[in-house]
Design a protein around this ligand. Structure first.
Ligand code: AMP
Ligand code: MG
Length: 603
C-alpha cells in the first residue's frame, strides 16, 4: 500500500504539459497562456476625456466658483469616436463627451455638473458661452495616452490562467486569438456486467451506471474534454476492445474492476497491454486504485497513455478522481496550482478512523463567526453517492489518527472552490518568545510534533543572533559565499539548504515569501521585537516580569498564575497550547485567506 502523496507523485510523473494551440479568445477561458503578450499599441491611444463636460485650459478657471463663474467661449464639440477639429485657446472651451480625444490646447475637463449649462438650457440661454463654476487642475478628468497599457510593454505572461478580465485585455489589444496550452482529452470507460445505460430499462440485478457521468462532468469542470467510451463488460476481450478506442486520448480513466473480486480484471488488462504502476493506496474510500500506462494502438501517436483505474463505487471513484485525476488534468493544462483548495474547520461530530488509512469524510462546511464548521453528511458508505451530493467538502483525517472528536480542528478540501483559491493563503505564524532558559525550544519541539500528529505541514524558523550553524568556514558553501555569491544553495537527495548573505536582520514579513505558501503553519522561535502575534513562555524562577509588553502577547505559557487579562496556558501542556494556536491563529487566519488573488497591475 502506498501513501496518497506517493500515488500522486507517480501519477504526475506520467503526465506532461500538453502542446499549445491557437484558438479564438472566447474559447480560451480557464486555459493557460502559452505566449508572452506585448502591446503594439497604447491604451488609451490618445489623451481623452473621462467625463462628459468641457475641455479647457485649467488656468482659465482660476478663481471660478458658483458665485463668480468664469465665462469661456464654446468653439466646438467632440464626441467619442471622432477627432477634434478645433483647438482650445485662451478663454475658450470645447464641449466633450467621455472617451473623446482631448482637443489640442486643452489640459483639463470640467464636468457638465460644474458648469451653468443646465441653467442655460432650461432658460434657452446662449450656448455659445459657458460659465465654469469651479476651479480645476491640469489633468483633471483626463485619461492619458497609454495609462492603461503602454505600447511595447509585457502585458500578459506565459503561464497565466486566462480569466474573463485577461480575455478582455487580449481583446483590447486587438487579439482575436491566443496561444494556449491544449485541453486534455480524457477517455472514460465504465466497467461491469451489472451496468445499464441511463436510458435503458433496468433488468433484474442491473443498475444504471453513473460513474461515467460524474467523471465526465468532473473532467469538464477542470478543463478537460471527456471522451465517453461507454460500458465495458467484465471480460478481457470486451475491456480490451473498448480501451483500444480510448488510446488516442491524453488520459484514460476506467471505473470498477480494480478490487479483489473474481471479475475485477481491469488490472489484468492493464498488465497485459501496458504496465501497472500500483494498485492500492492508503486512503478510504478508494483503496483499490490502478495506475499504469496503456500502450497506444498501432500507429497511434505518442505510444503510451496514462491510465487511471478508479474503483467502481461511485463515492470512491469521485474521491479518487479528485485526488489523482484532477491534478493530472490541471498539470496537462499547464496549471501550476494543483492542490485542492483546503481550509481548517471545526468538526461538529466525532469521526472514527479505524483502519489506519487517510479518511476522506463527506462534510457540509458553513462559516459562522469567522470560523469554518464542518458537519458530516451522515452515512459514509462508498456506494452512497447522495452523501457526495449533500457535501461541499471532504474532511481529511490523517492515516496516523484514530479519528477526531467533535470540536477538533480538521483540514477540509473544498469541493466546489475554484483552483485559484488554492493560490492565496495567509500562513498562520506563531512566535514563541521567552527569556533564556524558559523552555522555548522544548515547547517548539513539542508543538512541532503535536502539529505533525494533527496532520499539519509545519515550517519552523529559528532566529539565531549568534550566527549560523551550517555555514562552517572551509565548507564549499562557505567558500562560495566568501567568493561573493549572493545566495548559496546546498542540495542533497533529501534536503535543501539556502544561505543568503544579508545586509540587515530580516523581519518575519521578509522571510515569509522565502518559506513559501506550501505550509499550513509556521512556528517561530525568537523575533521578540517583531509585531507578529506572540506567545511568551514564562517561568516563575526567572522573575515576575514578562519579556514582552502585554499588548504584544496573544497568550502566556506559564508555570504560575499571573495577574493579567492575557490568556494563560499551563506550562508543559502542549495539547492546550496547540489547541490555542489552532483556534486563534489557524482558524482566524482564514478569515482573510480566500480573498481574490492579488494580481500585479497590468502595465
Ligand atoms: P467494482 O469496483 O467493479 O467491484 O464495483 C464496486 C461497486 O461499484 C459495485 O457495487 C458496482 O456495481 C458499482 N459500480 C461499478 N461501476 C459503476 C458505475 N459505472 N456506476 C455506478 N456504480 C458502479
Ligand atoms: Mg465491477
Amino acid at each position: 500500500m502506498i501513501s496518497v502523496e506517493e500515488a500522486l507523485e507517480k501519477v504526475l510523473s506520467y503526465v506532461e504539459v500538453l502542446e499549445p494551440e491557437r484558438k479564438p479568445i472566447l474559447d480560451c477561458l480557464g486555459q493557460v497562456l502559452a505566449e508572452d503578450i506585448y502591446s503594439a499599441i497604447d491604451i488609451p491611444p490618445l489623451d481623452n476625456s473621462a467625463m462628459d463636460g468641457y475641455a479647457l485650459r485649467a488656468k482659465d478657471t482660476r478663481g471660478a466658483s458658483e458665485s463668480s463663474p468664469r465665462y469661456l467661449v464654446v468653439v466646438g464639440e467632440v464626441a467619442a469616436g471622432s477627432m477634434p477639429t478645433k483647438e482650445v485657446g485662451p478663454g475658450t472651451a470645447i464641449r466633450i463627451m467621455t472617451g473623446a480625444p482631448l482637443p489640442e490646447g486643452a489640459d483639463a475637463v470640467v464636468r457638465f455638473e460644474d458648469t451653468d449649462e443646465i441653467n442655460r438650457k432650461s432658460s434657452r440661454g446662449d450656448l455659445s458661452q459657458i460659465g465654469i463654476l469651479c476651479q480645476t487642475k491640469k489633468g483633471l478628468n483626463v485619461r492619458c495616452r497609454g495609462e492603461d497599457i503602454a505600447r511595447g510593454g509585457l502585458i500578459l505572461k506565459k503561464g497565466e490562467v486566462l480569466r474573463p478580465q485577461e480575455i478582455g485585455v487580449l481583446a483590447s489589444l486587438g487579439h482575436s486569438t491566443a496561444l494556449v496550452t491544449r485541453r486534455p482529452i480524457v477517455a472514460i470507460l465504465a466497467t461491469g456486467d451489472e451496468l445499464m445505460g441511463v436510458d435503458q430499462p433496468l433488468a433484474p440485478g442491473k443498475i444504471h451506471e453513473s460513474n461515467t457521468y460524474t467523471i465526465a462532468a468532473e473532467v469538464s469542470r477542470y478543463g478537460g474534454i471527456p471522451k465517453i467510451l461507454g460500458i465495458g463488460r467484465d471480460s478481457v476481450r470486451s475491456l480490451t476492445e473498448k480501451i483500444n478506442k480510448g488510446l488516442d486520448a491524453d488520459m484514460l480513466i476506467t471505473s470498477g474492476g480494480v478490487s479483489k473480486g473474481d471479475y475485477d480484471i481491469v488490472k489484468d488488462v492493464l498488465a497485459e497491454h501496458g504496465e501497472v504502476s500500483f494498485w492500492t493506496v492508503c486512503m478510504k474510500p478508494g483503496k483499490p486504485l490502478a495506475f499504469g500506462v496503456m500502450k497506444k494502438v498501432e500507429g497511434g501517436g505518442k505510444g503510451k497513455v496514462p491510465h487511471l483505474g478508479l474503483p467502481g463505487n461511485p463515492v470512491s471513484s469521485m474521491i479518487t478522481f479528485e485526488q489523482f485525476a484532477r491534478p493530472a488534468i490541471l498539470k496537462m493544462m499547464g496549471k501550476k496550482v494543483l492542490a485542492k483548495p483546503a481550509i481548517r474547520a471545526i468538526i461538529e461530530d466525532d469521526v472514527v478512523n479505524t483502519d489506519g488509512r487517510r479518511l476522506f469524510a463527506r462534510v457540509i462546511v458553513t462559516k459562522r463567526g469567522g470560523e469554518y464548521h464542518a458537519s458530516p453528511t451522515g452515512p459514509q458508505g462508498s456506494g452512497i453517492l447522495t452523501s457526495m451530493a449533500k457535501a461541499n467538502g471532504l474532511a481529511v483525517i490523517p492515516e496516523s489518527s484514530k479519528g477526531v472528536k467533535a470540536g477538533d480542528i480538521v483540514e477540509v478540501q473544498m469541493l466546489d472552490w475554484g483552483e485559484e483559491q488554492g493560490e492565496v493563503k495567509t500562513l498562520p505564524i506563531v512566535l514563541i518568545v521567552g527569556k533564556s532558559q524558559s523552555g522555548k525550544t522544548v515547547l517548539m519541539e513539542q508543538l512541532i510534533a503535536e502539529f505533525k500528529r494533527r496532520g499539519y505541514k509545519v515550517a519552523a524558523l529559528k532566529h539565531s543572533r549568534g550566527g549560523m550553524e551550517i555555514d562552517h568556514p572551509g565548507k564549499d558553501s562557505w567558500r562560495y559565499a566568501q567568493a561573493g555569491s549572493d545566495a548559496v544553495f546546498v542540495s542533497s537527495p533529501d534536503k535543501l539548504a539556502f544561505i543568503k548573505s544579508l545586509d540587515h536582520d530580516l523581519d518575519i514579513e521578509e522571510i515569509l515569501p522565502i518559506i513559501g505558501p506550501e505550509f499550513d503553519l509556521v512556528l517561530v522561535e525568537g523575533f521578540k521585537k517583531s509585531k507578529t502575534p506572540k506567545i511568551e513562555v514564562h517561568r516563575k524562577e526567572l522573575g515576575d516580569d514578562l519579556l514582552c509588553s502585554p499588548e504584544e502577547l496573544s497568550a502566556i505559557v506559564t508555570d504560575e498564575s499571573l495577574d493579567t487579562a492575557i490568556p494563560q496556558l499551563p506550562w508543559g501542556d502542549t495539547v492546550a497550547v496547540a489547541d490555542f494556536i489552532e483556534k486563534n491563529f489557524v482558524l482566524k487566519s482564514q478569515d482573510s485567506a480566500f480573498l481574490p488573488p492579488r494580481r500585479k497591475r497590468v502595465r
